[in-house]
Design a protein around this ligand. Structure first.
Ligand code: ATP
Length: 306
């Protein structure tokens, strides 16, 4: 069951009626049956699910969803165990596609994706997907209690473990402030959570899952400054001691990355630390200058209110 916990936008599927990020179990199962392209090889290896952070490498990876349109045109990078790699670039440049190949929703058409030195195709899908946690842009919540929604990260987790994960994700205080606490029903037939609250539930789920690799797909929608700070703090906790891939929309969240990859039309056009890329005065420096200007021009609502 565990490997079925996947964010929908991450799959690259059409949303059907799911655009509110709310979904029933049945719908989830039928959706996941859609993608049967990827199969285990006989005698596939078991990837270690928990424990020391993994090494992740892309070696000259090419990929196309349809043969007539190349999306990745030779992408190479290595995340050493525990490193944080950020991927930035314009919409449609292939950022999410990279994370889908790592999760093995699709296989590379050329080149290899490696985890701990082995091609992802050599592992069982169950073990690979159990070793990777995804905090998606839009979190899928089941029509069930908050408790259930967090526990989904690790079926069988104890109350203490769930509360601990919720505390690290900075969502525990909010939950206990609700009249029914962890028993509050959420989803379309229950309490509607805000984008930031849903994201923190997803972080709590991922903390509980305790994966060796973390994929953070940053929300495109702007959150107020206070919520964003709380989420950044929660994300720092969950990323600690894991190899992390961040698909970033706001450059402010990637300044501490070990390496930033600037993707454009399926190719890495620049790479380096924030400081090195600024000094290079190229594409990234231009993006940074544009963002700073934007932030100055339109301060977040919370800034105005405070
Ligand atoms: P964004 O910043 O908007 O999330 P991205 O850089 O993550 O964009 P991807 O989601 O990787 O971009 O998509 C890269 C390209 O592949 C886009 O042009 C997109 O239309 C196309 N694409 C994505 N998923 C599919 C799919 N399932 N089938 C066909 N084409 C797809």
């Amino acid at each position: 069951l565990m490997q079925l916990y996947v964010p929908l936008n991450f799959l690259g599927f059409t949303y059907l009626t799911l655009n509110q990020g709310l979904i029933d179990m049945e719908q989830m199962f039928s959706l996941l049956r859609v993608n049967q392209e990827v199969k285990d090889t006989p005698g596939a290896l078991e990837l270690e699910r928990h424990g020391a952070p993994a090494e992740v490498s892309f070696e000259d990876v090419h990929f196309a969803y349809n043969p007539d349109r190349q999306i990745l045109k030779g992408v190479s990078f290595t995340a050493a165990p525990g490193q944080k790699i950020a991927i930035v670039g314009p919409t449609g440049s292939g950022k999410s596609t990279i994370s889908r190949l790592l999760f093995r929703f699709y296989d590379a058409t050329e080149g290899r994706v490696l985890v701990d030195g082995h091609d992802v195709r050599d592992y069982t899908q169950n073990s690979l997907r159990a070793a990777i946690g995804v905090v998606p842009q839009d979190t899928v919540l089941f029509n069930d209690t908050i408790f259930y929604n967090i526990a989904y990260g690790r079926p069988g987790a104890t109350v203490e473990e769930i509360e601990h994960a919720a505390k690290l994700a900075q969502v525990h205080d909010f939950i206990v402030s609700l009249p029914q606490g962890y028993k509050t029903k959420v989803g379309e037939r229950g309490l509607k959570l805000s984008g930031g609250e849903k994201q923190r539930v997803a972080i709590a789920r991922t903390i509980l899952k305790n994966p060796r690799i973390l994929i953070l797909d940053e929300a495109t929608s702007a959150l107020d400054t206070h919520t964003e700070q709380e989420i950044s703090a929660a994300l720092r906790d969950v990323a600690h001691d894991r190899t992390t891939l961040v698909i970033a929309h706001r450059l402010s969240t990637v300044t501490d990355a070990d390496e930033i990859l600037v993707l454009r039309e399926g190719l890495i056009v620049e790479r380096g630390t924030h400081a090195a890329l600024l000094a290079q005065n190229g594409v990234y420096a231009g993006m940074w200058a544009a963002q700073v200007e934007l932030d100055d021009a339109s301060p977040a609502i919370a800034d105005v209110a405070e």
